[in-house]
Design a protein around this ligand. Structure first.
Ligand code: UD1
Length: 340
């Protein structure tokens, strides 16, 4: 089977694309990727990936643009749609999986225009605009947050399960800002760094590329030792060595922490579309698996109070919560739909 996987923009979408291509190749299939020249698509797949071919088209987001900017963005999508139609034909694509984000638009619409089955993975608890628009035309709409989803769970890298463990006490804390880093999480980490040092708690911190140098200097002036990263490919190992996380509630990170059994204080990105990060984390709070707090002036004292909390029961409960092999179930489902 020859698949097209499309979508991206941020790491959250691209990690799903990666999980899907790995599962497809493992089952003897082939996949091409159609993404955008903007966002993080090239960083993820331009040089190393399991895709047979990767294409980065000249597209940009439409939702936040107005007037001429919106018109230009739509025109670029139209040109990319024509290009995507050609690519689907050239590679004899039999099905397309969209992982959402603005880069998914051209190839998803091209797929429908060629009467090729479209599959969609929605990562968040609140549906993205493009996903909602295309949902009625899709063969499948998979979401970990939808009880009617034909496949339950969230596709994440096997390594997060492999290194999963029950947390018993707090020796190491990890601060995670999502694929772009988060200034609010960086500031929070710096504000508690001395306190953590006093308690002998080791700090791991993924600060994002944009804020990395500032954060590095601040730790130096505080004389606090830290294992500091801008962006790392070793996040599975780093999360596994931590006992507590302080994290944005991007969907992939949230489910990776869950699979690994690492309890977390989630601080949702306040400007996410439809406030989806807040809703992503609600099952964590409702099932007493961790904590979620809005960004506000009390966040530092909230974190300090969590340092004394018992972690073991939450960690054990998290480990029972995730489903394994979701990406390979999604690929098998495509073959079943095509054979129907
Ligand atoms: C600001 C914003 O709107 N963010 C959205 C974006 O987040 P973002 O891209 O930050 O999202 P996620 O947390 O879902 O995923 C980040 C992914 O990057 C990986 N990673 C991250 C840092 C690093 O140093 N190394 C690394 O490998 C993580 O392991 C994870 O797999 O997409 C998600 C999925 O649609 C949404 O839920 C988020 O709301």
């Amino acid at each position: 089977m020859k698949l097209c996987i499309t979508g991206g923009g941020t790491g959250g979408h691209l990690m799903i694309a990666q999980a899907l291509v790995e599962a497809a190749v493992k089952d003897g299939h082939e996949a091409i990727f159609i993404g955008s020249m903007r966002g993080q698509d090239r960083k993820y797949f331009e040089h190393h990936s399991s895709f047979s071919h990767v294409y980065f088209l000249d597209t940009a987001g439409v939702v936040n643009k107005k007037g001429l900017g919106k018109f230009k963005a739509l025109f670029k999508i139209f040109l990319a749609f024509l290009k995507s139609r050609k690519l689907l034909k050239k590679h004899n694509i039999v099905a397309t999986y969209s992982v959402g984000g603005f880069s998914a638009a051209p190839a998803s619409i091209a797929t429908l225009s060629r009467s090729i089955p479209l599959f969609i993975h929605e990562q968040n608890a609140v549906e993205g605009r493009l996903n909602s628009l295309l949902k009625p035309f899709a063969k499948r709409f998979i979401s970990a947050y939808d009880n009617n989803s034909p496949i339950a769970g969230y596709p994440i890298k096997e390594d997060f399960f492999k290194h999963a463990r029950v947390r018993e006490s707090l020796k190491t804390i990890i601060f995670l800002g999502g694929s772009n880093g988060a200034k609010a999480i960086n500031d929070l980490a710096l504000s508690v760094a001395k306190h953590l040092k006093k308690l002998n708690i080791k700090i791991i911190h993924q600060a994002g590329e944009a804020d990395f140098e500032r954060v590095k200097k601040e730790y130096e002036s505080l004389h606090v030792e830290v294992e500091l990263y801008a962006f790392t490919k070793e996040l599975d190992k780093l999360i596994s060595s931590a006992d507590l996380a302080v994290s944005r509630a991007g969907a992939s990170t949230l489910w990776e922490l869950t699979a690994n059994g690492c309890p977390a204080l989630f601080i949702p990105y306040p400007y996410a579309a439809g406030d989806h990060q807040y809703y992503n984390a609600q099952f964590i709070v409702e099932n007493n698996l961790g904590w979620c707090e809005r960004e506000n002036e009390n966040i530092k004292s909230k974190l300090i109070s969590i340092l004394d909390e018992e972690l073991e029961s939450k960690s054990k409960a998290l480990l029972e919560y995730s489903s394994k092999d979701v990406a390979s179930k999604m690929i098998k489902d495509v073959t079943e739909v095509l054979n129907d």
